[in-house]
Design a binder for this molecule. Sequence first.
Ligand code: NDP
Ligand code: AKG
Ligand code: MG
Length: 451
Amino acid sequence: MEASGLVVPNNPIIPFIEGDGTGPDIWRASQLVLDSAVEKAYGSERKIEWLEVLAGEKAFRQTGEWLPEATLDAYRKHLVGIKGPLTTPVGGGIRSLNVALRQELDLYVCLRPVRWFKGVPSPVKNPAAVDMVIFRENSEDIYAGIEFDAGSQGAKDMHAFLAEHNAASKIRFPETTGYGIKPISKEGSARLMQAAIEYALEQGRKSVTIVHKGNIMKFTEGAFKSHCYNTAIQSFRDQVVTERESWIIDNIDRDASISVTENAKSVEPGYDMMTDDQQAAIRAEIEGVVASIGATHGGGKWKNKLLVRDSIADISLQQVLTRASDFDVIATMNLNGDYLSDALAAQVGGIGIAPGGNINYATGHAIFEATHGTAPKYANQDKVNPGSMILSGEMMLRHLGWDEAADLIINGMDRSIANKTVTYDFHRMMDDAKLLKCSEFGQAIVDNMRD
Ligand SMILES: NC(=O)C1=CN([C@@H]2O[C@H](COP(=O)(O)OP(=O)(O)OC[C@H]3O[C@@H](n4cnc5c(N)ncnc54)[C@H](OP(=O)(O)O)[C@@H]3O)[C@@H](O)[C@H]2O)C=CC1
Ligand SMILES: O=C(O)CCC(=O)C(=O)O
Ligand SMILES: [Mg+2]
């Protein structure tokens, strides 16, 4: 990693974890596709030197540890890697190894693009409208794993702490209550938003939507929203416009003689019911926007800026379905991002085709992985769709700057789907399709790779 970005050798050593459950099946198919794409794109000039590292059940069987230090060291040393899904027991047992890897390497962005491949069966009418990229904060929120089991000393201490802060009466059943902590910081939110905006500007995207539940969780989700807006305005002033600013400037563009009060009433429908102080604050906001960006964003120029807006999480989950084209890049916290990822994947054919990457843009560390889990009921049946893992590998190749190989994978996948040669998940929703095994779908992609 240098200041200008990754410097990638022709034979990079790339650590991989096979994964639990269906992991070995999808990894085998993915490795074949990745190696074939690199060979087709670059001949003998470039080749990935795969380095298997252990985690999960295989690691525990072989070493007695779930996540050996040697595995973390390999990812630290080689910067870029990939992994299959790992099992996390519900309720008790070990904490998530997937989350542990992200935390140990401070992979603060979980990047999950969601787009439709022509011909993929979908439960929505217009899946082509879904072209969203989720930036999920990956290091904070309830995934920090700070929890106190009901009845434990930690839970009792928490209750005592709440009593000190006059909040114990809010706990309805104190004897049987477990607690979870949701840390959200300014730095954590800001670096996530920074990455989302840089990506959106680089890729010519039209908007970044901050998805939060800040009306209820004011000092965590609400604070996240404020930190994100502040980052947008402080670090990208000339390139962005917030939705509220766009209303204010647009009002002036339409009627140059509009008064500050009329403008305030238009952007704040409850203006007439506000106190004098509140009304004064809104008028000051209008004047501030005009003074700071009237010249740079007025006269319609705001329409060419990246739009930054926010949306409350519950309605967002409806609107990504009903108004998919309103959403582009999405910046959100860990839990919201986890839910959104699987929900959005359904719109473009399901979790079998949902890739992702966990990235630290400052250090260059990245581990790519599918959005889905281990799907244990299908383990070792050579059945499931390896698409998510293959597309995660495709993202990894682009991260390395090996775009020619990445393009071949997309072409191969496009043609395999267009030929209606698909795995069980697509097959059950498609007419006249040919059912392929996991490994056969990988081979079909290889056979269909052409420029
Ligand atoms: N990053 C990671 O490593 C992750 C790990 N997990 C872990 O995985 C385990 C199992 O989680 P679970 O909640 O069952 O979710 P999974 O994502 O593993 O599976 C749920 C369902 O999704 C569908 N699915 C999953 N993978 C594929 C695929 N490759 N191709 C086609 N369809 C697929 C299947 O649907 P159908 O039954 O309809 O065929 C499957 O039954 C848990 O321990 C969980 O913690 C979960 C998410 C991420
Ligand atoms: O770690 C796990 O087991 C689940 C994580 C998960 O669902 C995700 O990151 O999307
Ligand atoms: Mg998930």
